[in-house]
Write a protein that binds this ligand. Structure first.
Ligand code: NAP
Length: 481
């Protein structure tokens, strides 16, 4: 099955923060891979912009090194790619370099500005782009998470951007939405007759969304400790996944139609009772420091793990819980959504056949793919014994050699920016609604002075997280790669 690569229109992409970690690890190698795939037209140009004092040649050497380290694929066209790169030294808070940057931009191509800098600089960048005549009505700005720390700061950020750009120009990245499987989730739901009639509380017992990491906070401890798993993962990535599972079919696959439906889901979320919430913090073990040692705050109350039960109060989902779980230093690096269907209403095979349930598992990482667990007869003689077998669709395998070419989330999303397609980006009101749901949960545990439960590194999180489901007569799926 060959995937088609359609080149995007010629563009100027300015990467503010073009010398930073995200640019090195994701944005620039991602652009190189799209270049290798033939998606970047001849006239495409990428301009790094930051305070560091590079000339174009120096920046190209810097980017070549980043691609060497993080590129992932070498199409032996690195020189041709580097020839499209340029660099202008600017200070988001100063005046130098801005007119030079303006002169480098062309009027007849797509113009995009990637704000790969801390959110504290968004306002300064937006203002200077305007002052220097670069912010044309058609230009696009890309902003990264974290989009605010709470509802108030998210509103302030939205207002800062809205002072200079229309909503249709703002691309808020949640890279989970750029994953192949996440989009496939929509294809599976809305492209097949098979699932949609069953996609409701009458047939779905519950849904589990797990994003498990094996890494700890490492060098990001200082930043992470001010945020925690709820702000860092749930408010954005896990809620976005929940929305895609729970939303009504949009009338068409267009940015506002999809985002309207996602927004309705967030607004239908009930407040979370603290009995349905478990926070954890990983402890030190013989080999590794614990969360508190890594962050340097031995009394930190920030969670590196969270599990909660969410309820979507609408006709489709009333009575079907959504269990969300994410954490660091867990057993395996594994992200998946599992739609667990109800038991068949009556077993004609008798109680000895055991309990069998269909589960649609959507794996986000590693090995993106979808598995449907179905029940069949155990082969061989000796009566009617039932077993569960997976119908497995790994995208990389299904697509053959082409599967290896599946663009990663950043590649896809940057190309969507150039194409002007906002479907996979968060709208301002979505982000605010997500914070409006998250804020009271966080306030609740702060007011109660709650301390996260300790958990062992390499485990599935604190014991209480297991109990969260046990109490409901359910259990988590195993975390494994
Ligand atoms: P970083 O490594 O600290 O890089 C920051 C960049 O901003 C550097 O290129 C820096 O370059 C530039 N910069 C700082 N102050 C500036 C100023 N006054 N004027 C112009 N440029 C300035 O940060 P990062 O990890 O790349 O993160 C960038 C953004 O992406 C942040 O909002 C972060 O939260 C978000 N993000 C990052 C990741 C990740 O994996 N790294 C993941 C998700 C989201 P100079 O020092 O040369 O000016």
């Amino acid at each position: 099955m060959a995937s088609r690569v359609i080149p995007v229109d010629p563009f100027d992409l300015v990467i503010f923060g073009g010398t930073g970690d995200l640019a090195r690890r994701k944005i620039l190698p991602g652009l190189y891979r799209r270049f290798c795939a033939g998606q970047m037209p001849e006239e495409a140009r990428i301009i790094g912009a930051a305070r560091s004092d590079y000339d174009a040649a120096g920046y190209r050497a810097f980017v070549a090194e980043a691609i060497e380290e993080f590129g992932g694929r070498d199409c032996e066209q690195i020189d041709a790619f580097l020839a499209r790169l340029d660099y202008v030294a600017v200070d988001a808070k100063g005046t130098g370099g801005w007119s030079e940057l303006a002169q480098r931009l062309r009027d007849d191509v797509v113009r995009a500005f990637y704000f790969s800098v801390g959110p504290g600089l968004f306002g300064d960048l937006a203002e200077r782009l305007h002052k220097n005549g670069m912010a044309t009505p058609e230009c696009r700005v890309v902003v990264e998470k974290p989009f605010g720390h709470d509802l108030e700061s998210a509103r302030a950020l939205n207002a800062t951007l809205a002072a200079h750009f229309d909503e249709g120009q703002i691309y808020r990245i949640d890279h989970y939405l750029g994953k192949e499987t996440v989009q496939n989730l929509m294809a599976v739901r809305f492209g097949n007759m098979l699932f949609e009639p069953l996609w409701n509380s009458q047939y779905v017992d519950h849904i589990q969304i797990t994003v498990a990491e094996t890494v700890g906070v490492g060098g990001r401890g200082g930043y992470y400790d001010k945020s925690g798993a709820m702000r860092d993962m749930v408010q954005n990535h896990l809620m976005q996944l929940l929305c895609l599972i729970a939303m009504e079919p949009p009338a068409k696959f267009d940015p506002d139609a999809v985002r309207d439906e996602k927004l309705k889901v967030i607004r239908a979320l009930d407040p979370v009772d603290h009995h349905h919430l478990v926070r954890g913090q990983y402890e030190a073990d013989a080999q590794n420091p614990g969360y508190r040692e890594e962050t340097g705050d031995l009394r930190s109350k920030t969670e590196s793990f969270i599990a909660l039960r969410a309820s979507v109060s609408n006709w489709r989902w009333a009575g079907t819980p959504f269990y969300l779980r994410t954490g660091k230093r867990l057993r395996a690096r594994s992200s998946e959504i599992a739609v667990v269907f109800k038991d068949a209403p009556h077993s004609i095979f008798g109680p000895e056949a055991g309990r069998h349930r269909n589960i649609l598992a959507i794996r986000l990482q590693p090995n993106e793919g979808i598995t449907l667990k179905v029940t069949i007869k155990e082969p061989g003689p000796g009566g009617m014994r039932l077993v569960d077998v997976p119908l497995d669709m790994s995208f990389a395998e299904a697509l053959g050699p082409e599967g290896e070419e599946i663009p990663d989330a950043y590649e896809r999303l940057i190309m969507d920016v150039i194409r002007g397609n906002q479907t996979l980006f968060m709208r301002g009101d979505e982000v605010e609604a997500a914070w409006a749901w998250t804020d009271p949960i966080i306030r609740g545990w702060e007011e109660r002075g709650e301390v996260p439960k300790p958990y062992d590194q390499g485990s599935s999180g604190p014991e209480d997280a297991l109990m969260l489901l046990h109490r409901d007569g359910r259990r988590w799926r195993e975390i494994r790669e």
